[in-house]
Design a protein around this ligand. Structure first.
Ligand code: PHE
Length: 472
């Protein structure tokens, strides 16, 4: 069915009257941007950009956000607001008891598992606020291999997350986001000013801002799209859930646009924060996942006021991670409340416990337990997409494969099962315009362009291209 050009109101909503809601559009935008902005932007984006050649990668990344992620983000938001349900309930509300509900279930599981290992990394960032004062000579490798540090930090971080989610949608999540997000922005600007005024910073600026397209191959494109999905919290229903708390009169198009804009700006700023400093102090931009933890503290030590800048930096990384873990937990909690009819407190307690159970081995896998650090006894020498440690394997399975697969299936669901006509009506039902021409274009993207492009990413995640000898 093609999107209609009438301006009918959206079909009746299926949600109940007592469902919690954001108190304002800015509250939603900050909470959703808080979900999107996280370790993905500040820790992962710079090192993936560094590994993939800098400025040219950034341009490909921006194209992925605008052409694929933004249309898909609108689809998730529309599904959530229309059904006023968690991802499982949302699919059931639209399509009844079909196997599609499994896609929602996959999203809930993905949320729980990402929360478990993401919480471990978030715990490290929290510990790093104090580490350079308390024990500057401890290396990153030693730090993450110290059980009495990483386990309490992980538990503490889960506790912060649980406390905010327990507060509920408006008094917990929205209020926390309104305070934490502006602090994050101010802290980043401070660190950027410090970095770009270092002598030698301009080499970093040119690495980051002057594109060299010879560095772009299919692998970089796939990495850019994967990073864009992870960064915008897409593919597991986080935006379905946050969209479900949006009142009917809000304009989805602009709400989604703002979220994408904030998320992208913060990722770009993170690059601006890191590359000038990396080059000014002669570090390696291709250091990989340790870029933030290993390289930056070394740099901070050499800066005037470095201790303070370093503490601020890890504080902001923790803040960003916290608003993301909150959204991961909220997806699972909303499922427990909607579908199991549990209270919020019971849901939060159970989900926190489950996240601890799965995060525990992830925390131990970074140098504490050899059996968890190298699981080739279970997954073979090649590991799962190259990862052999428990945390890395979880990240590949849930952060890469499952998000891409979930995005593909949800996109097909909205485009072909729910129909883009009804979805467009939901988007149009708020204030503001979603012109018929735009709606038609959006429909074509959700039905054809996005699924095809995401399919390429999924195939890549399963390594099927190299299996067939393509793109080597
Ligand atoms: N978007 C978050 C980040 O960039 C991670 C995340 C993924 C959060 C999926 C929720 C859902 O760190």
């Amino acid at each position: 069915m093609e999107p209609t050009t009438t301006s009918d109101p959206a079909p009746a909503h299926t949600g109940d009257q007592s469902r919690e809601q954001w108190s304002s559009k800015i509250g939603f935008v900050l909470a959703a941007a808080g979900s999107a902005i996280g370790l993905g932007n500040i820790w992962r984006f710079p090192y993936v950009t560094g590994e993939n050649g800098g400025a040219a990668f950034v341009i490909v990344y921006l194209a992925c956000i605008a052409l694929i992620c933004l249309p898909y983000l609108l689809a998730e938001l529309a599904l959530g607001r229309h059904s006023q349900k968690n991802p499982v309930g949302a699919i059931r509300a639209v399509a009844g008891r079909t196997p599609w509900v499994i896609v929602g279930g996959l999203g809930i599981l993905t949320g729980l598992f990402i929360l478990s290992y993401y919480g471990v990394i978030a715990g490290w960032t929290f510990g790093y606020i104090f580490k350079n004062v308390a024990s500057p000579d401890t290396t990153f490798t030693e730090f993450i291999a110290t059980p009495w540090l990483v386990l309490p930090l992980f538990v503490l971080f889960l506790g912060f997350t649980a406390a905010i989610v327990q507060g509920g949608v408006e008094d917990g999540i929205e209020r926390a986001a309104k305070v934490l997000m502006p602090i994050l922005l101010v802290l980043m600007l401070l660190v950027i000013v410090r970095g770009v005024t270092l002598e030698g910073a301009s080499a970093g600026l040119s690495f980051y801002l002057n594109p060299d397209f010879s560095k772009i191959g299919s692998e970089a494109i796939v990495a850019a799209l994967g990073q864009a999905f992870f960064s915008l919290s897409l593919g597991m229903g986080a935006m379905v859930t946050y969209g479900s708390y949006l009142p009917e009169e809000e304009n989805l198009l602009s709400a989604g646009g703002w979220v994408a804009l904030f998320d992208t700006s913060i990722a770009l700023l993170a690059g601006l924060m890191i590359f000038p400093a990396v080059f000014a102090l002669d570090a390696d931009p291709q250091a990989g996942p340790t870029l933030v933890f290993d390289v930056l503290p070394g740099l901070f030590q050499q800066m005037p006021l470095g201790t303070v800048v370093g503490m601020l930096f890890f504080l902001l990384l923790s803040v960003a991670a916290l608003t993301s873990t909150v959204s991961l937990m909220e997806v699972v909690v909303s499922y427990c409340m909607d579908e199991q009819q549990w209270s919020r407190s019971k849901s939060v307690a159970v989900v926190t416990g489950a996240a601890f159970v799965f995060g525990f081995p992830a925390a131990l896998s970074q140098g504490i337990s050899p059996a968890l650090g190298d699981m080739s006894w279970l997954v073979g020498e090649g590991g799962v997409l190259g990862a052999t440690d428990f945390l890395g394997i979880m990240d590949k399975i849930w952060g890469d494969i499952s998000l891409a697969l979930g995005a593909l299936l949800l996109c097909v669901f909205v485009g072909w099962v729910w129909s883009t006509a009804d979805a467009a009506m939901e988007i149009r039902s708020g204030e503001g315009a979603f012109a018929p021409g735009t709606a038609r274009l959006w429909g074509a993207f959700v039905r054809y362009v996005c699924p095809l492009v995401i399919l390429v990413v999924v195939l890549n995640a399963f390594d099927l291209f190299s299996y067939f000898g393509l793109f080597d």
